[in-house]
Design a protein. Structure first.
Length: 569
């Protein structure tokens, strides 16, 4: 109603004391506001109980101006016997839709109602004009923060001299110097600089951090907050030095794939190369990732590439629950015995006492020189966050699992994360023929282009393991050598209307993670992410996140149960 009030007031002043009522309804056809310009118009609506809070949905009262506009998305007039409900026959109504001009979403309806004999066709034109004014006002309010941040960006004194980038929830603005320096790739990297900004825009000092450009040069960058009246409007990223890369030579050759591994995304190849380097230098490494992303496959390939046929041993922390001392003794024996690579898998299941014992064991073996040239790798399986309804519980902000992970990050020299398959769709094109050849038993089977497109566009919450199961099932239904779309399972885990970019996927997962941590509390999730509540509502709708409402009900002041604390508008 805040966005509607100026246009609402203007319309009422224009109509004066006409026998008309102006009605506002939300996207669920529920009446949110009503203004009667005459007592007779108000009495008419009171007689048919058309009051704030009632529903005008077509499934509730049949054909009516509000419900029909929401069903069709277009303005319309419904008069007299055109109403299905006989109670509405004395009424004539003209309704027009209120749209979000950015997303196109239908946000509500503005309607003019009067007695049937008083209806005039111009009422529809007035409804349309007023609804359009409310739509424009919605856009102004929704993007006020971005507009103010952009104006402040334009007023920065150094904007024309050095590279600057402005980031808000929905906006990326770069001056010409930043475009030349950073190109149009990897803007998702800039989000990393906004996690802990230390200063406000225009303030001296602040933390300076290094980032790598697409050209593989290092530059120094500083991020600062844009704030107004205590509200975060965005982040300004200033590139301070382009000469800092002299300490690191540009990489002229791309990362080479490890033998036996299918995948061609930069992240997959770079992670493999870093694991090979860690094996050669015996740098103890903690590897994290969702189930089925290929963590152990990468580690084994790096071991074979760098250490040949030397011993490769895996100890599963899930088996330690039966006898922790026996399990720890077996791990120590393997490391002292000269095992070239020791993998400690599923460390996330270790309770804090066991995690502390494992950390103490690794520290003592390294301090006493008993580890030698052994490469110890820890594996932590992260929760799946691709969709709310099939997501595992996220790590709580405090508690056993969180403390367990913190224990192990201190026990290893470096930490690497293998990204989910939805972040590296480029790998799907390489994985499909490899899996068809080596895992399904159908080496002659190939994919038609539209089949491959469907596979690449799927979200794969189960990662490579799910992709392999899908291909096995499709191969069983295929009677020739060409895999067609109808051979694939009906649900490939992609119920979104479009394919998300890596940046959008990361943002989608961050919202799901925040909602899981806050148990569905939208307001708490928005505070955690540093965005407004209106923004998180818009993101939830835009990404189609199926997040349930909080289960706890608030009690109203009279002691009766009220509605849930938060609802998606």
């Amino acid at each position: 109603m805040e966005a509607a009030r100026p246009s609402f007031d203007t319309l009422c002043r224009f109509l004066g004391e006409a026998d008309i009522s102006v009605v506002m309804a939300d996207a669920c056809a529920r009446i949110q506001g009503r203004r009667d310009l005459s007592s007779s118009a108000g009495n008419l609506l009171d007689e048919i109980s058309l009051v704030p809070g009632c529903s005008c949905a077509e499934k509730t009262v049949g054909t009516n101006a509000v419900g029909t506009v929401l069903e069709t998305g277009h303005a319309c007039c419904v008069s007299g016997a055109e109403h299905v409900a006989e109670l509405f026959h004395p009424l004539a109504c003209a309704g027009a839709p209120i749209h979000d001009q950015v997303t196109g979403a239908l946000e509500g309806v503005l309607a003019l109602a009067c007695r049937t004999e008083d209806f005039h066709p111009l009422m529809l034109a007035l409804a349309r004009q007023t609804a359009d004014g409310i739509s424009h006002r919605l856009q102004e309010l929704a993007h006020r923060v971005e507009s103010e941040a952009f104006q402040e960006f334009l007023g920065m004194p150094s904007r024309k001299r050095q590279p600057l980038v402005l980031l808000t929830d929905d906006l990326v603005v770069a001056n010409k110097a930043a475009v030349r320096l950073f190109g149009d790739q990897r803007y998702w990297q800039l989000r990393q600089l906004t996690v802990h900004p230390c200063t406000s825009a225009g303030s001296p000092g602040g933390q300076v951090r290094e980032i790598e450009l697409p050209s593989h040069r290092l530059v120094q960058a500083r991020s600062s907050l844009l704030q107004k009246h205590g509200e975060i409007q965005g982040y300004l990223i200033e590139f301070l030095s382009q000469q800092h890369s002299s300490r690191k030579q540009p990489r002229t050759e791309p990362f080479a794939p490890l033998p036996g591994l299918a995948g061609e995304s930069e992240h997959w190849l770079e992670t493999g190369a870093r694991l090979v380097a860690a094996r050669r230098s015996a740098t103890w490494t903690l590897v994290m990732g969702e189930p089925g992303v290929g963590k152990r496959t990468l580690i084994r390939a790096a071991h074979r590439y760098a250490a040949g046929q030397s011993r490769f041993c895996v100890a599963d922390a899930r088996e330690a629950s039966r006898s922790p001392r026996t399990w720890l003794a077996a791990v120590a024996k393997e490391i002292r015995g000269g095992t070239a690579t020791m993998v400690l898998s599923h460390l996330q299941v270790a309770d804090p006492p066991l995690a502390a014992d494992i950390s103490d064991l690794l520290t003592s073996l390294r301090a006493n020189g008993q580890a030698g040239n052994i490469w110890v790798v820890g594996l932590i399986t992260l929760p799946v966050l691709s969709e709310w309804r099939n997501a595992m519980a996220a790590l709580p902000p405090a508690g056993g699992e969180r403390k367990t992970v913190e224990h192990f990050t201190l026990s290893f020299h470096q930490t690497l994360e293998v990204l989910p398959l939805r972040y590296r769709r480029q790998d799907v094109r390489a994985l499909v023929p490899a899996l068809l050849t080596h895992r399904t038993g159908h080496p002659a089977l190939t994919c038609r282009p539209d089949t491959m497109k469907a596979l690449v566009n799927a979200s794969w919450p189960g990662n490579v393991v799910q992709l392999e199961r899908c291909l096995r099932a499709a191969a069983d239904h295929c009677h020739g050598n060409l895999l067609l779309p109808h051979h694939l399972p009906e649900d490939l885990g992609n119920d979104r209307g479009r394919v998300l970019s890596p940046w959008e996927t990361a943002e989608h997962d961050a919202i799901v993670r925040a909602l899981k941590t806050s148990h569905g509390d939208r307001a708490a999730a928005a505070r955690f992410l540093g965005i407004s509540r209106a923004t998180i509502y818009r993101k939830i709708r835009g990404y189609g996140i199926d997040a349930p409402l909080p289960t706890q009900l608030e009690k109203s002041t009279d002691g009766t149960l009220d509605r849930p604390a938060e609802r998606t508008p």
